[in-house]
Write a protein that binds this ligand. Structure first.
Ligand code: AMP
Ligand code: ZN
Length: 768
């Protein structure tokens, strides 16, 4: 009902959400554990009253005697009050009585009605009253009841008679009033509840609905009260005998829980409910809590609402509580996403499952509810610090440890190369540079030769060659000069001072991308627009990379982290900056001549691929690829059926492109050994530089194992391959058939293992 944690009811009423206490009435001086109590509610001594699951604390009764003058009857009540330990005030005039009452709000007012010449008792009557009226027993009490009196007391000054009268009042009228106040508090809570609640009698006649119910179901309270419960035709969703099942269950005093369908006012939307129905007290009433899974109206309000069972199912065992909580939580998801359908199917299966199965399904539901569906659970830090640091460094946004120390990574204006106007076309490529690119279509192509030959600007040269091979200019209807300026503009915005994330890495990823695009399966799956998007995405995917990880930027409070809300900071920046550079200047706008819709599609694909390089989503992308592509392909091939549908569906093409750029991005462990070692040295150096800077700036050290004084590079590579590379390339190889890459990966892994077994920390063994 959502009230347990937040509702304060009144000074003297406490809601107990735990087990019901057996003792119905007791005097106590300390509050029971687990109660919600307003601190000033419990005075030194008080009466404790159990009312359903509520425990009410009543302070000493306050009695007001309105007697015009002191006499034996007046004194009889005064003594009786003292004996009963009630607080007593005496007023001699109606004015004094009113003033006193307004201040103290007495539980009981006793008015002397014997001498009407002193004051008019009827007009003074308030709240609980006792009439004192001698010698007129024969007269009807009706006028007095009409005036608001509850009881008539015939003159009797005997102290015990007064005392007994007071006790009867305390345990009758006053107690009833006290419980009624608690009822009002409960209804106030129901009114505030964000769960829809409906109370009916056993004939299904609605007695109460709360505002959440009105709003979810689309009815006004007036349209429902006194009417029969709105039932969905039996044929629609509810089992035919559902209401009978519920009734027979609650008739036996048991609680019924399950899925229930009701119809909204607009008729066409079914309202799926999780219902908890139970008798309440002596009255045969049933209460149900409903949560609309199809209307989003209540989405925000319902956030944080608690389990209705906390108030309706006391005494149930813990596992059933858990089942209900997961149901309630899942039902508060408002979108009909595929995952919602899966969850609903599981919910329905739980209904008819034995408890062990239902509990196992509960655990499944818990997992399905998380967003980290694809991230494996890691062992403890002690078990594998290298993996732990890599995962922490690459897969989090640095939220683990925050520092007040601010490192500002300035977002600067994109860099414009001075040599932009330099005449350069494929024909202008210097022969020695051209020579290094001769085998650029081979996996064993040596990017570092090209890097040296072209003075660390390999992206433009390799880009020109590869883009030309794939007919990119023709596809974009763009002159080669524009492509050249664009490549130069993009390359100029890579930081040549980074040891790893420089334009050679971009050129390497472009090379791997082009290589993968030539694989038969990839060609069958992708269209030319996908190929063009892939080549452009690879070229720009790390543009303006600062040589620091996302975690670092978040910890440092960099401008970029603030701009992108600590979420996919670098990847968002690479994609956004790439389009800024491209579209700001017509001279390098390769998209300028594209038809608007085609441009939108291409842009979308490029952005999606660049964002897919974010490592926090690594396992999501790999698993989606395996589940949606690898597995169905294997099944179809086994049966000799056509795989075209799987390969070319728009959704799967997106998954193929994501996997393609991811594999290209971290393909360095699959390169020939010498290249692999060089990349490992470069990435390690970049991580070391980050650790150095973190220490210098007193920032949290994101990957402590990457400390240049202590790091074991072989261990870090073994962890990186084990954790990120092996499974991904197994899947990619199964799809694209890459035996040479797998062979290199195997060799390289053995190489790192060999060094590690010799306890070497360096990239290479020392010279013999
Ligand atoms: P990107 O920044 O787009 O290149 O994403 C790839 C991530 O993998 C980067 O964070 C790199 O630091 C990381 N990475 C790539 N190669 C290696 C490697 N050999 N060892 C450790 N981390 C690597
Ligand atoms: Zn990269």
């Amino acid at each position: 009902m959502g009230c347990a944690s937040s509702i304060h009811i009144s000074d003297r009423v406490v809601y107990q959400s735990g087990k019901e206490s057996d003792d119905s009435q007791q005097t106590n001086t300390t509050p029971a554990p687990g109660l919600l109590i307003k601190p000033n509610a419990i005075k030194n001594t008080f009466t404790q009253v159990q009312f359903g699951p509520m425990r009410l604390y009543e302070d000493h009764l306050e009695v007001l005697l309105v007697f015009a003058k002191e006499d034996s009857q007046n004194n009889g009540f005064c003594w009786a009050c003292e004996k009963a330990n009630f607080r007593c005030n005496v007023a001699r005039t109606p004015e004094a009585a009113l003033e006193c009452f307004q201040e103290k709000h007495h539980d009981l007012v006793i008015i002397d009605h014997r001498h009407s010449r002193y004051f008019d008792a009827e007009s003074l009557c308030r709240y609980v009253t006792l009439l004192y009226q001698p010698d007129r027993e024969e007269a009807s009490v009706m006028p007095l009841i009409n005036a608001g009196f509850n009881r008539r007391y015939v003159e009797n000054a005997n102290m015990m008679a007064c005392y007994n009268e007071l006790l009867q009042l305390e345990h009758g009228e006053v107690l009833a009033q006290f419980k009624l106040r608690a009822c009002n508090a409960i209804f106030t809570a129901l009114e505030q509840s964000q769960e829809a609640i409906e109370i009916t009698n056993e004939d299904q006649v609605i007695q109460y609905v709360n505002p959440a119910y009105e709003s979810i179901m689309g009815y006004q309270q007036g349209e429902l009260i006194g009417k029969e419960i709105i039932e969905v035709p039996k044929s629609e969703k509810n089992k035919p005998d559902l209401l009978e099942t519920i009734n027979s269950c609650i008739r036996k005093g048991k609680e019924w829980q399950g899925i229930y369908y009701a119809k909204k006012k607009n008729g066409d939307i079914l309202f799926t409910s999780y219902v908890s129905i139970k008798y309440s007290g002596d009255e045969r009433v049933q209460a149900e809590s409903q949560t609309d899974i199809q209307s989003s109206k209540h989405k925000d309000r319902r956030k944080g609402s608690l389990d209705v069972r906390s108030t309706t199912s006391r005494g149930s065992d813990g596992s059933s509580q858990r089942r209900h909580s997961s149901m309630a939580r899942i039902h508060s998801m408002t979108i009909e996403a595929p995952i919602t359908k899966v969850i609903n199917i599981i919910n329905a299966a739980q209904e008819s499952s034995p408890m062990p199965v239902a509990e196992a399904l509960d655990r499944v539901l818990e997992i399905l509810r998380t967003t980290e569906l694809y991230s494996p659970q890691l062992g403890t830090k002690e078990e594998d610090p290298h993996t732990n640091d890599l995962v922490g460094g690459l897969m989090t946004d640095g939220l683990r440890r925050l520092s007040g120390n601010e490192y500002i990574f300035a977002t600067k204006q994109p860099h414009l190369p001075s040599h932009l106007a330099m005449p350069l076309s494929l024909n202008d490529i210097p022969p020695h540079v051209a020579q290094t690119m001769e085998n650029e279509d081979s996996w064993d192509f040596d990017i570092f030769n090209l890097e040296t030959a072209c003075l660390k600007r390999p992206l433009t040269y390799l880009g020109l060659k590869i883009f030309s091979r794939f007919g990119v200019c023709e596809f974009l209807s763009c002159p080669e000069a524009t492509l050249r300026s664009w490549l130069q503009g993009i390359e100029a915005n890579y930081h040549s001072t980074n040891s790893y994330h420089n334009s050679s890495h971009a050129a390497d990823v472009l090379h791997a991308t082009a290589y993968f695009l030539c694989k038969e399966r990839v060609k069958q799956s992708l269209e030319q627009i996908d190929e063009v998007a892939s080549l452009i995405a690879a070229t720009v995917h790390d543009v303006d990379h600062p040589g620091r990880t996302n975690s670092f930027l978040c910890n440092a409070g960099s401008e970029l982290a603030i701009l992108y809300n600590d979420t996919a900071v670098l990847e968002s920046h690479h994609a956004a900056l790439a389009f800024q550079i491209t579209t700001r200047d017509d001279k390098c706008n390769i998209f300028k001549n594209m038809e608007r819709n085609e441009y939108r599609t291409l842009r979308q694909a490029i952005i999606d691929m660049v964002l897919a390089t974010e490592m926090t989503k690594h396992f999501e992308h790999v698993n989606k690829f395996v589940n949606n592509i690898n597995k169905p392909l294997a099944a179809l091939e086994e049966n000799g059926e056509s795989v075209k549908g799987i390969l070319t569906s728009p959704d799967n093409r997106i998954l193929v492109k994501r996997m393609l750029i991811k594999c290209a991005d971290i393909s360095n462990p699959c390169r020939p050994l010498e290249l692999c070692i060089e990349w490992a040295g470069r990435i390690s150096e970049e991580y070391f530089a980050q650790t150095d800077e973190e220490k210098r700036q007193s920032l949290p050290v994101v990957m402590p194992v990457f400390d240049r004084n202590t790091c074991s590079i072989p261990k870090s590579q073994i962890s990186f391959i084990d954790y990120f590379i092996t499974d991904m390339f197994d899947a990619w190889d199964a799809f694209a058939d890459l035996p040479n890459l797998m062979q290199h990966l195997d060799n390289n892994f053995k190489y790192w293992k060999g060094l590690d077994e010799r306890k070497l920390h360096s990239l290479r063994p020392p010279p013999e």
